[in-house]
Design a protein around this ligand. Structure first.
Ligand code: PLP
Length: 424
């Protein structure tokens, strides 16, 4: 068995795969032309231009929804959607403990309480049973976070929401073009919210966009992201308090080009991920992600785990060993803890925002103790993230497959689980 690079052996890959460097390949002449068009027009603000409006129209058409509203970020898009559906003071919103703070901050900003439902240990998305259990008379919405390119059991979540009369807002920041039953993630709930930040399938520097069928929600989102100003000619007299979350014409113009590339990006990511997963199927010591039937993953990244029946090697050690071989794998997703264990929940007295009403709890910390979502806490320690990039060459994909196989086989043989050892 080849000596691991981490132990002084030769790395499997001649040069490490660097998805960050490869991401520079995402922009080409088309984006440059789009930017030049905006710069030459002298109009960078959406109020006076047409790019943002066209971007919205094209995005809505793409998803087959009646409306789309662009925003300055994915965080802004989720906040805008939550405000539009009426989330406010005294409400609760059920969310995943494994996500970006961009999912959560809009809930707090609206004066509502995030309620965390534990995850399914296999899909890493919220466990629908835990979501249903978390529903109370204060629950206004379920924020369905689709993690990593997956579909978050969205049909079941929508059924639960319907049974209890609550609204579903989808956080599709990581799951552009993921599908459930042939339908795009983001088109099941009242609103689907996307991000175009620098790590996502498509990229506009920063940006977000929300899709909806509902004309009134679209109207409210347009008000919320634009200080509730009337842009169609009437006098300035905002009907509600609202933010400035406007996207710029520059971002929107790039967004239009990137939307044109999206399908090819996802096709290539699927090819790469499927090749990696089928080649690694059966490698001892390795657990591959399980994609529920009917879900078409769009592979923002692949979540790998050690098979605990085979090896005792800890995830950080495995990620280090993979990294030494030239694989861009890492652990410590979400900083290695569920979001409710962040300082902002544990030391809420420092909050920029007034804290939401706490119900029966005496303090916000009481609501978010360690152990609140045990599966999420345990699985975060097991998650090994393997980024997928549409620009990986076939040679690099072969290298990743070979290196992951080498590392997993080594640990399966040399650091087996204790009871497996005793069986031999
Ligand atoms: C699941 C999820 N939701 C929301 C966001 C927030 O998006 P943005 O960074 O564009 O505000 C992110 C960004 O990483 C995300 O991954």
């Amino acid at each position: 068995m080849d000596k691991l690079a981490i132990n002084g052996g030769a790395p499997f890959l001649d040069s490490p795969v660097d998805p960050t460097a490869l991401r520079a390949m995402r922009f080409g002449q088309e984006e440059q032309d789009a930017l030049a068009r905006v710069v030459n027009s002298g109009v960078m603000c959406r109020t006076f231009g047409c790019e943002a409006e066209i971007y919205e129209r094209e995005t809505a058409e793409y998803f087959g929804t009646a409306h789309a509203v662009a925003t300055s970020s994915g965080t802004a898009s989720i906040h805008t959607a939550l405000a539009a559906v009426g989330v406010g003071w005294h409400d609760e919103v059920i969310a995943s403990p494994i996500t970006d703070m961009g999912s959560i901050i809009g809930i707090i900003a609206q004066g509502a309480l995030p309620v965390f439902a534990d995850i399914d240990p296999v899909t890493f998305n919220m466990d629908p049973a835990a979501v249903e259990q978390a529903i109370t008379s204060r629950t206004k919405a379920i924020l369905a976070v689709h993690l990593a390119g997956s579909c978050a059991g969205i049909e079941e979540l929508c059924q639960i929401a319907k049974r209890h009369g609550v609204i579903v807002v989808e956080d599709v920041a990581q799951s552009w073009l993921a599908e459930s039953g042939g339908r795009f993630a983001g088109t099941f709930g009242a609103v689907g919210c996307f991000s175009t930040n620098g790590y996502k399938h498509i990229y506009t520097g920063e940006g977000g966009v929300a899709v909806t069928e509902d004309p009134e929600l679209a109207r409210r989102m347009k008000l919320f992201m634009d200080k509730a100003y009337n842009r169609t000619g009437g006098s300035r007299n905002p009907e509600v308090f609202a933010m400035n979350y406007r996207i710029t014409e520059l971002q929107a113009a790039v967004g239009r080009v990137q939307m044109g590339k999206l399908a090819d990006i996802v096709v290539r990511r699927r090819q790469i991920a499927n090749r990696i997963l089928s080649a690694l199927n059966g490698v001892p010591g390795l657990k591959l992600p399980v994609n529920p039937e009917g879900c078409d993953h769009s592979w923002w990244y692949i979540i790998l785990r050690a098979d605990r029946e085979v090896t005792a090697a800890k995830a950080p050690r495995l990620a280090e060993a993979l990294d030494a071989e030239g694989v861009p794998a890492w652990t410590g997703y979400c900083g290695g803890r569920p979001v409710y264990l962040y300082d902002c929940f544990q030391h809420p007295e420092r909050s920029f925002f007034p804290l939401p009403p706490l119900g029966a709890a005496g303090s916000i910390r009481e609501l978010y103790p360690a152990g609140l979502c045990p599966v999420a806490e345990r699985q975060l320690g097991e998650m090994i993230i393997l980024p997928v990039c549409e620009h990986y060459s076939d040679k690099q994909v072969d290298g990743l497959i070979g290196a992951i196989g080498k590392v997993c086989r080594w640990y399966a043989a040399n650091e087996p689980t204790a009871n497996r050892l005793s069986q031999h």
